[in-house]
Design a protein around this ligand. Structure first.
Ligand code: FES
Ligand code: MG
Length: 592
């Protein structure tokens, strides 16, 4: 690792080019002058101490990350004690549950806002505050593009929620409550009360949804301190971790330890393994591929199929299991899972992490986990629990989360041949169309129907809507049919336990095969060959393709138009394609 060998070449901090450049006193004076007006002193600015940015993702409209406003004080204390100078700054906010039309539209905007700040301001290293779903990938993507010393600080999950004496996990309880409402078991008041029961304290979603999954993968890929991902938001250990993360950021600048030293191909492979073992959100493949592309690392969906599909599920967390973030943390959290995988010989132990040590070194001397929550590799919750990556005559790629397929679903749909399902499609033009028509008896939806939703991809519903986990019509739910196979070019919430075929690439709005489906078309899903095919003659499919016209997209904001003009598909990370060409900006553009 001579890249960050300090003895090799003493380096001048980039912040000194702003604050201490005797060759250009005019600019230096301007840079210093306004930084003084809130009490900063010239001595601090010219001390030659690392300036450490704290990328603040919390605000009143981002409740999942709002706790970072308080945690930042502990980060600053750590930075000061380690000999650095903290500079907290806001980035474009994202709140998963509040932003219309989709929070994922803003992942790339938060990424851009971070890159622009890190590039344009005197920052030597950065603490990335992560939490709510898209904030974690956005922060890691920005750190990857800039490649300055960076360490992530997750905000942690909320405390466990309870409803009528049992655990109420964020998001997951919503899907259950909707079914109870549809079945007439609860009314509107009861519905809101049930959903609200999951919101207990500061912190992000308590289930193994996208937030806890992506923070766990930030740790797995080496970008957080060991054990940081799962500490609940209100715990004292969370604030202590904030302090230690601040300390570490300064040390990383002194050691010149950069994202490119940490987020290597092997590190992404480790993240794939951990994703399967924790039962991670179906949004994780999209985000990890995006981070890797911004890092310039070759990593795509084929790695998820090749390495992750056969890995067992070890963690008993909702939606694939029973528990929530608090139990996961107390049972040992991400380090316990990584140790299990390392001992099984499927994790790379020799990759560098932000701690300055390797994965194997970080896990040395770790005690045994609570087996109620984190199972052993030899006795997992489920075998072969990763994602499978599908293709066929309708699309190039889609993912399916195997860990959430329960026995009842398998038995009902896959009994004749455990891997093949044949049925007819009911096609919806988007979530609004689904809600308007799902109860229409003339659609003839029965227990052999595949529900398909289209126009929900990165371009179609800008950002890609989380809508594929459609529930059956109320009449079927009342008969006890709680789920149908679903497929779509959108995404689904990581808190959903629905075994959907998701993230279909290319999407309908750019002419992907879903655009060509007609209501009632026969379809075959074969999990063994990992193919989905519409069973109509190839000539008919081609005729429909020739007749297809691109939809008129209505841009509601300038950003929607800019985003749509340059976003790629979900299968390749949903990145702003031109941005993926900017690698290691400071060095490749002569500004290091
Ligand atoms: Fe923010 Fe789930 S809504 S973490
Ligand atoms: Mg979500």
């Amino acid at each position: 690792m001579d890249d960050h060998d300090q003895t090799k070449k003493p380096f001048r901090l980039r912040s000194q080019r702003w604050f201490d450049d005797p060759q250009d006193p005019g600019m230096t004076s301007l840079y210093i002058e306004r930084q003084l007006n809130f009490g900063m002193t010239r001595a601090e600015l010219q001390s030659g101490r690392p300036m450490i940015g704290i990328a603040q993702t919390g605000s009143d409209i981002s409740p999942c990350n709002r706790h970072h406003l308080a945690l930042a004080e502990r980060v600053k204390a750590g930075i000061r004690d380690a000999g650095g100078v903290p500079l907290e700054f806001p980035v474009h906010p994202i709140q998963e549950t509040l932003k219309r039309p989709t929070a994922s539209l803003d992942r790339n905007l938060q990424y851009l806002s971070l890159v622009e700040i890190l590039h344009g301001y005197p920052i030597d290293g950065v603490v990335l505050t992560t939490g709510c779903d898209k904030t974690t990938p956005a922060m890691l993507m920005g750190a990857a593009t800039m490649n300055i010393p960076a360490v992530a600080l997750p905000g942690g999950p909320m405390l466990d929620g309870w409803w009528h004496g049992r655990l109420a996990g964020s998001g997951t309880i919503v899907w259950e409550a909707r079914k109870k409402l549809a079945a007439g078991e609860i009314d509107y008041e009861g519905f809101i009360e049930m959903v609200a029961a999951s919101s207990t304290s500061v912190g992000h979603c308590s289930t193994m949804g996208t937030a806890l999954s992506m923070n766990s993968l930030a740790e797995a890929v080496g970008m957080t301190l060991t054990g940081s991902a799962a500490i609940p938001g209100p715990y004292r250990q969370r604030a202590q971790m904030a302090y230690m993360t601040g300390v570490r950021a300064v040390e990383m600048v002194k050691a010149n330890l950069r994202p490119s030293d940490v987020m290597t191909k092997k590190a992404f492979e480790n993240a794939v393994m951990v994703a399967s073992a924790i039962g991670a959100s179906s949004n994780c493949p999209i985000h990890m591929v995006a981070i890797a592309r911004h890092m310039g690392v070759e990593h795509d969906l084929s790695d998820w199929q090749r390495m992750g599909a056969a890995v067992p599920l070890l963690v008993d967390c909702q939606p694939a299991g029973r528990f929530l973030g608090e139990a996961f943390y107390r049972a040992g959290g991400v380090p316990a899972v990584m140790k299990e995988l390392l001992d099984a010989g499927i994790l790379h132990g020799d990759v560098m992490t932000v701690t300055g040590k390797t994965v194997a070194e970080n896990l040395e001397g770790l005690g045994a986990p609570d087996r109620e929550v984190i199972r052993s590799f030899g006795k997992p919750m489920k075998e072969h629990a990763g994602f499978i990556v599908l293709n066929g005559n309708l699309f190039d790629s889609a993912v399916m989360k195997i860990s959430v397929i329960d026995k009842a679903f398998r038995d009902r749909f896959l009994s004749e041949n455990p891997d093949v399902f044949e049925g007819k499609v009911a096609v919806f033009e988007g979530p609004e169309d689904y809600h308007a028509r799902i109860e229409d008896p003339s659609l003839g939806i029965d227990d052999r129907t595949v529900l398909v939703v289209r126009n929900c991809g990165a371009v179609g519903y800008p950002g890609a809507a989380e809508v594929v986990n459609m529930q059956p019509p109320a009449a079927l739910i009342k008969q006890g049919i709680m789920a149908l196979p679903t497929m779509g070019d959108g995404r689904q919430s990581g808190t959903s336990g629905s075994p959907s075929i998701l993230n279909v690439t290319p999407e309908a709005a750019v002419g992907g095969g879903l655009a060509l489906l007609k209501h009632g078309d026969p379809i075959r899903i074969d999990l063994k060959t990992r193919r989905v095919d519409v069973l109509i003659p190839a000539a008919e499919l081609e005729a429909r393709r020739a007749a297809w016209k691109a939809p008129d997209l209505v841009h509601k904001t300038p950003w929607e138009e800019i985003y749509r003009s340059m976003v790629g598909q979900l299968g390749t990370g949903g990145c702003l394609e031109p941005a993926t060409l900017f690698l290691n900006i400071l060095e490749t553009r002569g500004e290091s």
